[in-house]
Design a protein around this ligand. Structure first.
Ligand code: ADP
Ligand code: MG
Length: 267
């Protein structure tokens, strides 16, 4: 059987809340015994109300949580991200399989779109060559191919901070392709985009998934986007997975059963 792309086993995460005048001192269990596996390149939508643990789960998979208490194991392409709650020693290597996309500020504003996408090469080169623009011809061609693939090749020489939000998200996806990422983790990638642009970015994630066989895990605020663009939904509530199944199997009634009145606020 082929290797799973992502394995999350019994992951819990506790934040220690510092006394800062607004929050009481204490601990908060943001993830509670979360497990799931992505065996083949799927599009998984993570949904749930604000505060349900979506970003914490995504950041755990990305190996970006280093402090406070956590437990459980995470592997990406068979390589450990965390084991027994501790960040794996070779997490940097494991992370090279992951492309990360946030809601905004994904690109370095002063650099061109080309250079931003080319940064996807950096991990592979293991050096600073790229910062000086010393890409090989093959590397440059790979960058232009990726920009063309996501529909922004014409903007290659434009500074990132002069691009629209949708173009910037395309650039971040191009960077993941240049990096040869096997899985894209996207945290609310369309939340700050207008509906038309948001749909186009979601369509691009579908394309990258189906054509390039990249697995996608995306947190979404809108259930209808999850149903339309993803094939599997993980629904979180208070750090617990309360639904894991086909996107088209999640009915409005089930959602109401899971979230009750909260659903009105969340979506
Ligand atoms: P979501 O992305 O679903 O909105 P988060 O993963 O951001 O949820 O947060 C889950 C819970 O953990 C929330 O109650 C949030 O307040 C808390 N939390 C998130 N990050 C921190 C942090 N760095 N320190 C303390 N609590 C945090
Ligand atoms: Mg979040």
């Amino acid at each position: 059987m082929p290797q799973p792309l992502v394995e999350v086993s019994a992951v819990s995460k506790t934040y220690t809340i510092k006394a800062d005048g607004t929050k009481p001192r204490g601990v908060l269990k943001a993830l509670n015994n979360v497990s799931f596996t992505m065996d083949k390149p799927e599009r998984i939508a993570l949904i749930g109300p604000s505060g349900s643990g979506k970003s914490t789960l995504l950041r755990s998979i990305g190996g970006l949580l280093i402090d406070d208490a956590s437990s459980g194991d995470i592997k990406v392409m068979g390589q450990a991200i965390q084991s027994k709650g501790r960040l794996a020693p070779n997490v940097r290597q494991a992370r090279m399989n992951l492309g990360m996309i946030a809601q905004q500020f994904n690109l370095v504003g002063r650099l061109s779109l080309f250079t931003n996408a080319a940064l996807g090469h950096l991990g592979k080169m293991g050096g600073l060559r790229g910062f000086f623009g010393l890409w090989s011809k093959a590397e440059k061609m790979a960058v232009m191919r990726a920009l063309d693939h996501v529909g922004v090749a014409a903007k290659a020489n434009q500074r990132a901070n002069t691009l629209s939000g949708g173009q910037q998200q395309r650039g971040a996806i191009a960077r993941a392709i240049v990096q040869d990422a096997k899985v894209i983790l996207a945290d609310e990638p369309v939340a700050s985009l207008d509906p038309v642009t948001a749909r186009k970015v979601m369509e691009l994630l579908v394309k990258v998934n189906t054509e390039d066989k990249v697995g996608v895990i995306v947190t979404l605020h809108q259930v209808d986007y999850a149903k339309r663009y993803c094939d599997r939904i993980l629904a979180l509530k208070d750090g617990v997975i309360v639904y894991d199944g086909p996107a088209n199997g999640l009915s409005g009634d089930t959602l109401k059963d899971i979230y009750g009145e909260e659903i009105e606020d969340a979506y």
